[in-house]
Design a protein around this ligand. Structure first.
Ligand code: ME8
Length: 510
């Protein structure tokens, strides 16, 4: 568990349309990390929107709006998505904000002054949908080689600014060798290493022909990817000598989808070094959520509406499902049916029933008041459990963390069946009954703590039904000590199940 300030970021999303569930995925993962680190100390979570460039300008034009007006209408939808999924960010940066635009110009000037940016001529291809310069040799049938895109590319011949990326190749190779875990998962690390070994060209960082972007001295705008990457430090007031920057840079974890690994693990560290700054500690390139075999994407149009999904299943069910279903680095296919199975099984039968049964027995046998327990032996078996969840979270292994938490859920369900409180009551074995009921309530208190990062709404409901008021907080090393729940606590159980059973949708359009 880290003591120092923790900084986590998501990509800033292109605001060329409405958000889909894939965008929620990265934001939820970042939120889990931020919430977990906040329980241990200080955390800063940045997200935002990537608003410049030809792709956004084209979407605005298609809607008959100026890009500024277009992005202003869309940003609230993106923020609503985060609110809908209980994503608690500390800052939301829009690349059209003056604080960002001014800082980008300042960075450009610094790079020019240090000799890392120079004037040249770009002759080559550009894909506006991917906002990527492509070598002729990389094109497929003259089109963008990205399988999700395959759009017509555009020939550019313009005087542009270049960043001396090739100069950093040896330093990048050495850095990769010395920090074999700085890019995760391993597949992404290996791919990027292979890219580096294949050689690096300098990077064109301006677009003369565009107007929608960070205006550069002398004309043209900044290449949208450089503009976008800089958000991670402009939001920390880097160019203004901000205390935020001092406190949080380098980022501990930068989360991205695997398709943008090259920008974040080759271009980004080189730009940072050119500015005399350290690279982030970890870039994690997670897998794709697929739908019917293909990456869920705006370009392909096969997206799941995150608002409708949250309406039907609730935010916590989705948060659980997305992080439990597959290892974070792997692709996984989304299906409502799989989600329904997890909802009714892990959440409804295992967790929801546990809470309901435990608190109902407490009401029946002890008037809803937590009894004193004369023995602590049951809890001893969970001594290392909090640390194991923390270790999994430190490794961004969300699935393992949830599996570990569900070991506690299973053990509590099992102990009900084994200790049979109803028989203890019938036999009049008050002391053993008290111990069993105490263990169940204490187990629920632990669950509220452990679930807080993953399912904040559910964790709060458990906490409040235990009669504890407020929300579970405090460092796990202090809180996850068996026996901290005070006897005499009056619980406040609810009749409503935490996870009402969901039936399959029977509909021709489902
Ligand atoms: O690339 N599965 O923005 P973008 C999982 N603006 N994650 C997905 C996903 C899917 N099917 N679809 C999208 C950009 N994502 C740039 C980033 S950062 C300096 C600039 C998530 O709107 C995932 O995090 O195309 C992916 O990398 C990101 O959304 C891409 O969002």
């Amino acid at each position: 568990m880290s003591e120092r300030a923790f900084y986590v970021t998501t990509p800033i999303y292109y605001i060329s349309g409405n958000p889909h569930l894939g965008h929620a995925y990265t934001s939820i993962a970042a939120d889990v990390l931020a919430r977990y680190h906040r329980t241990q100390g200080d955390a800063f979570f940045l997200t935002g929107t990537d608003e410049h460039g030809g792709k956004v300008a084209a979407a605005a034009a298609a809607a008959g709006l100026h890009p500024a007006a277009w992005t202003d209408t869309l940003v609230p939808k993106w923020q609503a998505l985060l609110a809908r999924y209980d994503v608690q960010y500390d800052d939301f940066i829009r690349t059209t904000e003056p604080r960002h635009v001014e800082a980008c110009v300042e960075v450009f000037e610094r790079l020019k002054a240090s000799g890392d940016v120079y004037l040249g001529t770009y002759e080559g291809w550009y894909c506006t949908n991917d906002e990527t310069f492509w070598l002729e040799s990389k094109l497929l049938d003259g089109r963008c080689p990205n399988p999700e895109c395959r759009r017509q590319v555009q020939w550019l011949s313009e005087d542009d600014w270049f960043f001396a990326l090739s100069k950093y190749r040896d330093r990048l190779l050495a850095y990769y060798r010395d920090h074999p875990r700085w890019v995760r998962p391993e597949r992404a690390y290996n791919e990027m290493m292979a890219t580096l070994e294949g050689g690096l060209d300098d990077l064109c960082i301006s677009r003369l022909g565009l107007e929608w972007g960070v205006p550069l001295p002398g004309g043209g705008v900044m290449y949208v990817w450089l503009d976008a990457l800089l958000n991670y430090i402009t939001a920390l007031d880097y160019t203004r000598g901000g205390v935020r920057f001092e406190r949080y840079w380098p980022a501990n974890v930068q989360l991205i989808g695997k398709e943008i690994a090259r920008f974040h693990t080759i271009i980004w560290p080189a730009v940072l070094w050119a500015l005399g700054l350290p690279a982030p500690e970890l870039v994690f390139a997670h897998g794709w959520m697929t739908f019917e075999g293909e990456k869920m994407s705006k370009s392909l149009g096969n997206v799941v509406d995150p608002f409708a999904a949250a309406q039907r299943f609730g935010a916590d069910t989705l948060r659980y499902f997305l992080l439990r279903e597959a290892p974070f680095g792997s692709d996984f296919s989304f299906s409502e049916e799989k989600m329904r199975v997890r909802r009714n099984g892990d959440l409804g039968n295992d967790l929801g029933n546990l809470v309901k049964r435990s608190l109902a027995m407490l009401v029946r046998y002890r008037d809803g008041v937590v009894p004193a327990s004369s023995e602590q032996s049951f809890g001893a078996r969970f001594d290392g459990l909090g640390a194991r969840v923390a270790t999994a979270l430190d490794a961004l292994d969300f699935r393992a963390a949830l599996e570990t938490i569900w070991e506690l859920v299973a053990a509590l369900n099992r102990t009900i069946d084994e200790r049979k409180p109803w028989e203890l009551f019938k036999r009049g074995d008050g002391e053993t009954l008290d111990a069993a009921l105490y263990d169940l309530c204490e187990g629920l208190r632990w669950l509220a703590h452990l679930l807080t990062p993953f399912m904040p709404g559910t964790a709060t409901m458990i906490w409040q039904q235990l009669g504890l008021g407020g929300t579970a907080r405090g460092p796990w090393r202090d809180e996850l000590v068996w026996g901290r729940l005070a006897s005499g606590t009056r619980t406040n159980p609810s009749d409503a199940p935490l996870f009402p059973r969901m039936d399959a949708v029977v509909s021709a359009t489902a």
